[in-house]
Design a protein. Structure first.
Length: 202
């Protein structure tokens, strides 16, 4: 059975994205923020078994997420994955940037604006893998590390917000980004496939 499913785009200005749109045991793939870049062919169509085919332009892959849970007391997020194919990953919204894979979790009630308190609703691992290339990899990051919020603040300076996001985690998973931003998306030139081997909260 496939662990992936297609997902209609979240709107950037919608508040409180409904939790039932994410599954607790299926990955949801897509861009999650609507914009001129993602409305133009940005919806991810090709999903097969335990593998997602990274789309070619104008499509993009920005994240694989599943429904979160209370992460209080958890010690680490660990992703094991492999990338197959002879294609090349490219940053979606800047030609000269690098591509990256990060771990990610998001607090319930985020309005996606990244303004005010919402700046610290989305959290990215301080360790990233880049560039994206073929092979088998493991990305494991302790929650005690200095995770980064959406606009650049971090766990050290926003400890209370980080703890609240852990406690009220709505979504968690993998972010595909570039030098413009951690979830700004990638596309493939040629054949490139991303396979999740395991995703664990310890």
């Amino acid at each position: 059975m496939s662990i992936f499913k297609n997902f209609p785009l979240f709107g950037r200005k919608k508040s409180n994205p409904p939790a039932f749109l994410l599954s607790s045991n299926l990955w949801t793939a897509g861009p999650f923020l609507t914009s001129s870049r993602s409305e133009n062919g940005g919806r991810l169509h090709v999903i097969n078994n335990d593998m997602v085919i990274i789309p070619q332009a104008p499509g993009e892959l920005s994240a694989l997420l599943m429904r979160g849970r209370d992460l209080s007391g958890s010690t680490e997020m660990v992703l094991r994955y492999r990338i197959e194919g002879d294609g090349v990953a490219k940053p979606h919204d800047r030609a000269d940037g690098y591509t990256s894979i990060s771990l990610y979790f998001q607090r319930a009630g985020d309005d996606w604006s990244a303004r005010g308190a919402f700046e610290s609703y989305r959290w990215y691992s301080p360790v990233v893998h880049h560039p994206i290339r073929a092979g088998s990899f493991e990305l494991g990051v302790p929650f005690s590390a200095n995770w980064t919020a959406v606009m650049g603040s971090n766990r050290t300076v926003s400890e209370a917000a980080f703890v609240a996001a852990q406690r009220e985690c709505y979504a968690m998973g993998v972010a595909f980004g570039n030098s413009s931003g951690r979830m700004h998306g990638i596309y493939a030139e040629g054949d490139l496939r991303f396979i999740v081997e395991s995703f664990d909260i310890l």
